[in-house]
Write a protein that binds this ligand. Structure first.
Ligand SMILES: CC(C)(COP(=O)(O)OP(=O)(O)OC[C@H]1O[C@@H](n2cnc3c(N)ncnc32)[C@H](O)[C@@H]1OP(=O)(O)O)[C@@H](O)C(=O)NCCC(=O)NCCS
Length: 176
């Protein structure tokens, strides 16, 4: 599996072919994730809101994707002081919000077998990019939001749940 940034994917495949690949990307289990890559990935990229990473096979077929961006997380009330200290890091003893990397979207395309691309593979790639960004700007953890069904899967891949909002669980993984 090869990783292409969105601009590189577009310049490699050409405008028409790449837009077709994005618009046909199918994730029936999560239509928000499907809609994002079909409709929002390019405008978000142009606005520098986030970066999309496209996972392609040797024939340039789109098999999955994830997005990374900068975010600011409010420290949840109900967590331990140890966890609060860990999230804040040195010198931010009373900060109520902390910066982090946001893993906003991720998916394997429906027709792609798990053996070809799993969450473990995606998290490995995400961690690599986050560690690269950390070299330049710092950053202590990666965060994501997910529904209840996916909490166990993310826990098995290095994330821990720190909070539950109305429908979503806030998960984080330290990289420092
Ligand atoms: C998330 C994903 C990459 C994980 O891949 P994986 O490591 O190969 O794991 P699986 O696809 O086998 O999924 C593990 C379990 O989670 C379930 N699951 C996966 N996505 C789900 C979703 N969106 N809603 C509910 N359950 C989901 C699977 O049905 C499976 O359940 P099972 O173990 O009872 O069979 C892949 O499932 C996927 O692309 N899902 C759709 C997109 C998505 O939901 N992204 C996450 C947004 S937070």
């Amino acid at each position: 599996m090869r990783v292409f940034t969105l601009p590189r994917f577009i310049s490699t495949l050409g405008d028409e072919e790449s837009r077709k690949a994005l618009s046909e990307f199918s994730v029936e289990r999560n239509l928000d994730v499907q809609r994002f890559i079909r409709e929002s990935a390019i405008p978000y990229q142009k606005a520098h809101n986030s970066r999309a990473y496209l996972l392609v096979d040797d024939s340039y077929r789109l098999k999955g994707y994830f997005t990374l961006s900068l975010a600011c997380m409010r420290i949840p009330e109900g967590i331990s002081n140890t966890m609060k200290r860990k999230m804040r890091g040195y010198g931010r003893n009373s900060a109520s919000t902390v910066p982090c990397f946001l893993l906003g979207q991720l998916a394997r395309e429906d027709s792609t077998p798990k053996g070809m691309l799993s969450l473990e593979d995606i998290v490995d790639m995400v961690t690599g990019y986050a560690l690269n960004a950390q070299e330049y700007v710092g950053g202590r953890f990666i965060s994501l939001d997910c529904t209840d069904e996916l909490v166990g899967l993310y826990e098995a891949n290095g994330f821990q749940r720190i909070n539950k909002t109305k429908e979503l669980n806030q998960m984080i993984m330290f990289i420092a």
